[in-house]
Design a protein around this ligand. Structure first.
Ligand code: 4AD
Ligand code: MG
Length: 430
């Protein structure tokens, strides 16, 4: 019976049967060293000429990296081996002799992206994908635990929500429609039925900028909740991030080690309350502490967000942005109609905006006026405006960029490594 490499290492002695792929190979005169990997770990195996049949010996000399094989042998501790154990092979069965693997050591990021389907097998990508899996589960668990229903919106949409410039057009039987930028406009009507809803789904943004934090297709964890105010929305976002980090720290110690992630940089975000500052105060802080001048009314750019984030060891929540830089659905502050009840969670270490959220504007006249300012036809938003006509309630929600969160938690240089097959303006295959 085959066991995983991790199980074999746990067993530590005696006969084991494992199967996997050749991760490294080193051939000597009368011995072949193979490092074998499976989804759980890697282990060194040694094939000695005098311990196996002639065919097994010849085969072991033919295998190249990524060949698939089955082995039987005795496992024992060996401090020199990469994971502290070694298998003395007594039986070897090569399933397929791999061709020369196109990925060698130290290759350019572009070559690795061209061969992404193969690079998924690397220890780095395998670790990221495991952490990604933990994170998706943790998001589902968090919302389920808080009493949310999972609710789906269409991906094919007839409206914009986050600005026309990043819309992907879709030729829909001759009509111009769009790919979803957000689930939100279709989720707001659902809170009148379910009160608390969430979803993790792809969102699409036609981002022309080549940055380390933008994808054209990303996974968006969104929530919408009835009877909630601006403060509640921020609390949910903070609790969600705390929960996700806790789960990764608990379940992915090994993967974080492989990625050489300094976990001390994540711990404050579990323990400490995230600072909440208004946009207006953020400008003062940028001016005083970072010598950066932003005129009131301008949006924060990446460079300003980065400077600000460097002042904190947790995400910082920036609130009360100028109305003009935020989406049409955000609630105007009754005390200051120049600003809205919108917030951005800026991640530490320069990972940018992790969450964008708001309390929603209840007044349909204000929504219509703001749609007009953006040259939108309010007639297209009838279904949305109906939410403010039949039992309107205070409510709000947010969206979290899952790859942004993954990139931060894993300490990745580029968001492209947070998703199996990244999509950017220039990257659409494989
Ligand atoms: O701030 P955004 O545009 O907000 C919304 O879409 C709201 N409708 C959410 C809501 O209230 N339901 O996007 C939310 C988050 C951002 O904070 C960012 O983390 C992520 O989505 N995001 C991207 N991630 C990767 N690549 C991109 N091009 C992204 N654009 C936004
Ligand atoms: Mg935003």
């Amino acid at each position: 019976m085959f066991i995983s490499i991790e199980e074999a290492i746990k067993k530590g002695k005696g006969k084991v049967n494992i199967h996997g792929w050749v991760y490294r190979e080193r051939k000597q005169k009368d011995m072949v060293f193979l490092v074998i990997r499976d989804s759980t770990n890697i282990i060194q195996a040694v094939i000695k000429q005098d311990r196996v049949s002639k065919k097994e010996w010849d085969d072991s000399n033919k295998v190249l990296i990524e060949s698939s094989l089955e082995i039987e042998g005795d496992i024992k501790e060996d401090k020199r081996a990469p994971t502290g154990y070694e298998i003395q092979v007594s039986k070897l069965n090569v399933i397929q002799f791999a061709e020369v693997f196109p990925i060698k050591k130290d290759q350019s990021p572009e070559l690795l992206l061209d061969n992404r389907h193969l690079w998924l097998r690397s220890r780095k990508m395998t670790s990221v994908l495991k952490i990604r899996s933990t994170i998706f589960k943790a998001i589902h668990d968090y919302f389920r635990k808080e009493g949310f229903y999972e609710f789906q919106s269409p991906i094919i949409q007839s409206t914009q929500a986050e600005g026309g410039s990043t819309l992907f057009n879709l030729d829909y039987f001759g009509k111009k429609l769009f790919l979803a930028q957000t689930w939100q406009l279709y989720a707001e009507p659902a809170i009148f039925a379910l009160e608390k809803v969430y979803c993790i789904a792809p969102s699409f943004r036609a981002e022309k900028s080549k940055t380390s934090r933008h994808l054209t297709e990303y996974w968006h964890a969104e929530m919408e909740v009835a009877w909630a105010n601006f403060n509640d929305i921020q609390n949910y976002g903070e609790a969600l991030i705390k929960h996700v980090i806790q789960e990764v720290l608990k379940n992915n110690k090994e993967e974080l080690k492989i990625l050489e992630r300094d976990v001390h940089k994540l711990e404050p975000s579990v323990k400490k309350k995230f600072p909440r500052i208004t946009y207006t105060d953020a400008l003062k802080i940028l001016n005083n502490k970072c010598k950066m001048k932003v005129n009131w009314g301008e949006d924060l750019r990446t460079i300003e967000e980065d400077k600000l984030s460097n002042l904190y060891d947790t995400p910082v929540i920036v609130t009360h942005y100028p109305k003009a830089v935020k989406a049409f659905y955000m609630k105007e502050d009754p005390k200051n109609p120049k600003v809205v009840f919108g917030c951005d969670f800026i991640g530490p270490e320069g990972y940018g905006e992790l969450i964008g959220g708001s309390e929603r504007e209840p007044d349909p006249k204000k929504i219509v006026a703001r749609l007009r300012e953006q040259n939108e036809n309010p007639g297209n938003y009838k279904f949305y405006l109906d939410t403010r006509k039949y039992g309107s309630i205070p409510h709000g929600g947010f969206g979290m960029g899952v790859e942004r969160l993954i990139a931060w938690i894993c300490g990745l240089d580029n968001i492209k490594d947070a998703i199996p097959y990244p999509r950017t303006m220039l990257r659409y295959s494989p």
